[in-house]
Design a protein around this ligand. Structure first.
Ligand code: G3H
Ligand code: 13P
Ligand code: ZN
Length: 315
């Protein structure tokens, strides 16, 4: 089914607006009804465009029909800008499948493949997607530490600016995820001195000045959430995210048009559930601990929309 029947948007107008008005579109990862509700409530309350990012594993967890039922239940109106995006699609088939069930944007992540294979596959999915008005994101460079929450990221293959130009020219991708020092998960840095490589980003932007760029692995891993999780029985030691000031800079002063946040939402959820169960041991109705989790994510997304993305009041 086509994405427009759900009231969804592709990312074209979103990225045009973000480029022109110097803000970034939040891409928050969802994996159930509560996370979709939190993300969309935050966007609606902030009048912000938003991208609901669904990983392949999240799609498998929910099931196609259940996810699209939830999206249908949002009753998206024509004056909203909400995209449904496949995050880190691992194959052409997976991207085509997402497009066919109603996604408005897909990422084909062949960043670990050889450049020629990445170009050929991306050009193929671009053709398929564009024929259906769907947007395509691709990636060059390696973000280390993917979801390995027990070890720090140790190496990063930064995006090569010349390769980025060749890649964009030959594939026609709508946006490009770049590796400039971020990584996935809750253990991104060993020390506060580790900074993003804005010098590399500058070189990339000089080569492809009109291409919207994407920052993955951009959770800031708020200390209060980590402390609260640990206070109520969790064991997340030495977690550290990306510096908020650098994220804000990326969102407002560079061609980064989309910033991906997943781990921060997971922390909200876990913090709220742990606290509620620990402080109210008599509770056994899941709604009583899922509601605070949902509220925590919504409020954090609103906060980040205003302080990092500056995408509020842009609809
Ligand atoms: O970038 C990856 C996301 O954090 C998704 O992770 O496959 O565990 O849903 P997941
Ligand atoms: P985080 O693990 O930093 O939230 O990254 C999320 C992400 O890049 C999803 O694609
Ligand atoms: Zn990612």
């Amino acid at each position: 089914m086509q994405f427009k029947t759900f009231g969804l948007s592709n990312t074209e107008n979103m990225f045009n607006g973000a480029m022109r008005r110097h803000f970034a579109i939040p891409a928050f990862n969802a994996y159930n009804m509560e996370t979709v509700q939190s993300i969309v409530s935050a966007a609606r309350l902030s009048k912000s465009p938003v991208i609901i990012a669904i990983s392949e594993s999240a799609l498998k967890y929910m099931g196609d029909d259940m996810l699209m039922g939830i999206i249908g239940g949002l009753k998206i109106t024509p004056n909203e800008q909400i995209a449904l995006h496949l995050d880190h699609g691992s194959s052409i088939e997976s991207c085509m499948h997402a497009i066919n069930i109603g996604f408005s944007s897909v990422m084909l992540d062949f960043s670990k493949r050889d450049i020629d294979e990445n170009i050929t596959a991306t050009a193929n999915i671009v053709r398929y997607a564009h024929a259906r008005d769907v947007s395509v994101e691709s990636e060059l460079g390696i973000l280390s530490g993917i979801e390995d929450e027990t070890t720090y990221s140790t190496e990063s293959a930064y995006t090569d600016p010349d390769m980025a130009k060749q890649f964009v020219d030959e594939t026609g991708t709508d946006s490009l995820a770049v590796a400039i020092g971020t990584s996935h998960g809750a253990y991104k840095r060993k020390s506060a001195d580790e900074k993003l490589r804005f010098d590399i980003l500058d070189n990339i932007q000089n080569k492809i000045p009109t291409t919207p760029l994407v920052l993955h692995g951009a959770s800031s891993i708020p200390t209060d959430l980590i402390n609260n999780i640990n206070k109520f029985g969790g064991k997340l030691h030495n977690a550290m995210g990306i510096d908020v000031a650098q994220l804000e800079f990326a969102a407002t002063k560079t061609n980064i048009c989309k910033i991906n946040i997943d781990s921060d939402l997971r922390l909200c959820f876990t913090s709220a559930v742990r606290e509620t169960l620990a402080t109210h041991p008599e509770i056994f109705n899941p709604r009583e601990y899922l509601s605070p989790a949902r509220d925590c994510i919504r409020d954090m997304c609103i906060f980040q929309i205003r302080t990092i993305f500056h995408s509020n009041d842009k609809i």
